[in-house]
Design a protein around this ligand. Structure first.
Ligand SMILES: NC(=O)c1ccc[n+]([C@@H]2O[C@H](COP(=O)([O-])OP(=O)(O)OC[C@H]3O[C@@H](n4cnc5c(N)ncnc54)[C@H](O)[C@@H]3O)[C@@H](O)[C@H]2O)c1
Length: 396
């Protein structure tokens, strides 16, 4: 791999994330100067999705309908997993067993047991692994991480994180995201996964205790799916007249304590009308505070409580200054905003940095790190189900 400075990538899955990852691998060498150049070697898709056409559109050299063969292909260096959650563990474990590096979509797995197996298999194989918690790589979120490390907000007292969407109305059919066997959980594994990872990343602290949780499924039956989904969350999904049971949550809320003494709340919802993709947080410390909302993803709000009282107030930082804001120098001239897909390109750059033995711009989660996020998710589900508080030390 390092000899000719290239990495042959095989992507498994050609849905929504298949598109974001294809774009990232295709763009990264154009905007960054990664130490290794990704080669878009093979794309796996299911036969009915026409992987050849997808491969041609996005620039993959080969198209495959056999992921088992693809993960064993001696020419491939990195397996990139973008399938529904229940397929993360089988594909990732086969990949690392074949000696491949592996980057996997989030949540690392549908269940904690699978996440543990993945982390152990990767450790045993001695390969490098990554999980696509892409929001860490929004310049505004990466800046928040840096400001906390610089001590700009002091000791953290409050962590308030929520990820609110409103796409899952009653007309949306029973896609894999509503099936526990395929997804593991609903809004929880989909959305709380992101904000648990993001809050661990920004604060640099770990959750020590879950202090109560609520899980709710508002819509208990949905029309069975007809046809396949790939490419979207709800748009274009078609349902038959017959109904099937929803086996995951629509919303999960929980309270937690962090290792530095902060108290925290987390909320994930798919029917929070009026919120399209409102992934956000507010963190209050002894010297200042930070606020982020993905619906305004180029902006970070900072409150400097060490400034003269006369001028204290929220500062809206538009994170588009190449010299000061992470990743931005590689994009457009200062003051020109970026979008959703850029976080994935930024992540592809950092995956290539780590594969080359270099430091990422900001820390990138591997399977062991994403397992820690999964432990928090698991603890919150137990707390909701058993109506009790859970110490993280008891969740293995
Ligand atoms: N990082 C993010 O912000 C983000 C956003 C959306 C989804 N995701 C994650 O990405 C993953 C994929 O989600 P998506 O929205 O792209 O899903 P999708 O339904 O759009 O696409 C899934 C792809 O996997 C393939 N697939 C389905 N079952 C398979 C099987 N048994 N074997 C092999 N391939 C199979 C499908 O054919 C399709 O190509 C999930 O883990 C999801 O949680 C992450």
């Amino acid at each position: 791999m390092a000899k000719d400075k290239t990495v042959n990538v095989a992507l498994i899955g050609q849905g929504f994330m298949g598109r974001t990852h294809s774009n990232a691998w295709g763009q990264v060498s154009k905007f960054f100067k990664p130490p290794l150049a990704p080669v878009m070697h093979t794309l796996f898709g299911q036969e009915e999705e026409n992987p050849r056409a997808f491969a041609d559109n996005w620039g993959w050299q080969r198209a495959s309908t056999d992921w088992q063969a693809t993960v064993k292909d001696p020419a491939v260096d990195l397996i990139d997993v973008a399938t529904p959650n229940y397929m993360h563990a089988p594909v990732a474990k086969a990949a690392v067993a074949a000696g491949k590096h592996c980057s996997c979509e989030k949540p690392i797995a549908g269940t904690l047991a699978e996440a543990r197996e993945m982390a152990e298999a990767a450790k045993k194989a001695g390969v490098k692994t990554f999980v696509w918690y892409n929001y860490r790589r929004c310049p505004a979120v990466a800046l928040a991480h840096q400001l906390v490390r610089q001590g700009r907000i002091g000791q953290i007292r409050h962590v308030r994180a929520s990820y609110l969407q409103d796409w899952a109305g009653p007309d949306v059919p029973l896609a894999w995201r509503f099936d526990k066997k395929l997804a593991g959980s609903g809004a929880h594994g989909d959305l709380n996964a992101h904000i648990v990872d993001m809050m661990r990343f920004v604060t640099g602290e770990e959750v020590t205790e879950i202090c109560g949780a609520i899980a709710e499924t508002f819509i208990k039956e949905r029309n069975l799916m007809t046809g396949t989904v790939a490419g979207g969350i709800a748009a274009g999904l078609k349902g038959a007249a017959k109904k099937g049971k929803v086996t995951v949550d629509d919303a999960v809320l929980f309270l937690a304590r962090f290792s530095g003494g902060a108290v925290a709340s987390f909320e994930a919802a798919r029917q929070a009308t009026g919120n399209q993709n409102r992934n956000g947080f507010e963190i209050n410390g002894t010297k200042g505070a930070l606020k982020f909302d993905f619906e305004r993803m180029n902006e970070l709000n900072f409150y400097d409580a060490t400034a003269d009282r006369a001028v204290q107030g929220w500062t809206n930082i538009v994170c588009t200054h190449g010299a000061d804001h992470p990743y931005v120098a590689n994009w457009w001239p200062d003051a020109h905003i970026i979008g959703y897909e850029h976080g994935f390109v930024n992540e592809a750059f950092d995956i290539l940095n780590v594969l080359a033995g270099q430091k990422p711009v900001v820390p990138i989660p591997d399977f062991a790190d994403a397992y820690e996020t999964q432990r928090v998710l698991e603890a919150a589900l137990i707390a909701a189900e058993e109506k009790r508080w859970i110490k993280m030390a008891d969740v293995k």
